[in-house]
Design a protein around this ligand. Structure first.
Ligand SMILES: [Mg+2]
Length: 141
């Protein structure tokens, strides 16, 4: 029996677990964000349409800022300022994921399903195999 991660991710059990976890994360992250008013105009209270021009790039940029904070936390070896018992890197990674699932929820996506499918796809990719990565023009990282 193959106990590798590459095998596991192609099984229905793991795929379903990841899809379900993603669905729950998206439900909670977007639900909390919406409930906290991040999807309403702060001045008028009017709902913000996720299809509003430039809204998606703005929300994506907020994901990037969380990753920038993660980088800074790692670079300086800092504890998180809000959860000081955890490394800043760890908490900012969480913030980035929270923002991704919030946006995915706003757009009605199935990010968990996409993660499960992409992990299974990546597990089979020829260009991700170490022997192909070591070839000229292969992916160094
Ligand atoms: Mg943050």
């Amino acid at each position: 029996m193959d106990h590798s991660y590459k095998h596991a991710i192609t099984t229905q059990t793991y795929s379903t677990l990841i899809k379900t976890a993603g669905k729950n994360l998206q439900h909670v992250c977007h639900g909390l964000s919406r409930e906290s008013g991040w999807w309403n105009d702060p001045k008028t209270g009017a709902p913000i349409d996720p299809k509003t021009p430039f809204l998606v790039p703005a929300k994506l940029m907020l994901c990037v800022t969380e990753l920038s904070e993660a980088c800074e936390g790692d670079r300086k070896g800092l504890p998180d300022d809000k959860l000081p018992h955890r490394p800043m890197l760890e908490v900012e990674l969480a913030d980035a994921i929270i923002r991704c699932f919030d946006l995915g929820g706003a757009l009605g996506f199935d990010v968990g399903g996409a993660i499960a499918e992409k992990l299974a796809f990546n597990a089979q990719r020829a260009d991700h195999k170490p022997e192909n990565r070591a070839q000229a023009g292969g992916k160094a990282y």
